[in-house]
Design a protein around this ligand. Sequence first.
Ligand code: CAA
Length: 257
Amino acid sequence: MAYEHILVEIEAPIATVTLNRPKVLNALSPDLIHELTSALADLDADDSVRAVVLTGGAKVFAAGADIGDMADRSAVDQLSRDQTGRWAPLAGFSKPLIAAVNGYALGGGCEVALMCDMIVAGETARFGQPEINLGIIPGAGGTQRWPRTAGKYAAMEVMLTGAPLTAQRAHELGIVNKVVPAEMTIPVAERMARQVAEKPPLAARMAKEAVLKAFEAPLAEGLASERKSFYFLFATEDQKEGMHAFLEKRKGVFKGR
Ligand code: CAA
């Protein structure tokens, strides 16, 4: 598929997807969302890709949903096209997904970053939910993912004031893994992706699933699910390879089987 609003670069075992509507600060139009979620579905199905970096490039991550597209929509329009529901393939992406954020990650842009598994932020990055200034609230998970990751009070602050947080503050709150000089954001995220891509992919997938379960399930259910995945991995060739490679003092070669 040829893309107009994103760039997809595969350098197996990783891929980098770049949002590419610079004139409107990567505003998340329906066409961009369609292209991004289609690209992610393809990358999820591509066995040569084991981890993905999602970025907006050097200057901006994304300034949110496309306000021009939404301004005159009715509630019925919004409900029937369910634009925020269209993010499901991103939230449900099975492989490790790392956001590389420079500049603004606002509104839907911030929510997209929060749907990723790790976030590398450039020193210039700003994370915020300014929807309140537009008479709406976040609609792609912000009101749920912020309190679950940064806590109630930081969540209230970003939702109610609409003011963005610096990369450093986001790091202190635990929603950013690393803060790096802006020019290093993408290389550092790609380095992390390569590090993850060396791991046995089924174990990576199950680890991701298990951690995400902690946000959804009561503890007993999460622990039961973790245990089943743990036992299941003993049915994989990669578990045998990983443990024998350790015992034989060599580096494991993992096939995702
Ligand atoms: N939608 C559409 N266009 C946008 C946009 C958006 N979210 N954000 C920026 N743009 C456009 C601007 O209209 C402008 O276009 P023109 O050059 O044609 O005028 C261009 O991008 C550059 O923007 P600015 O001139 O405003 O740049 P700036 O550096 O002065 O300010 C900014 C940057 C603070 C990010 C400012 O653009 C801004 O506040 N943008 C809107 C942020 C926002 O409210 N996001 C939430 C959207 S709602 C949402 O996301 C809902 C949801 O949860 C799903």
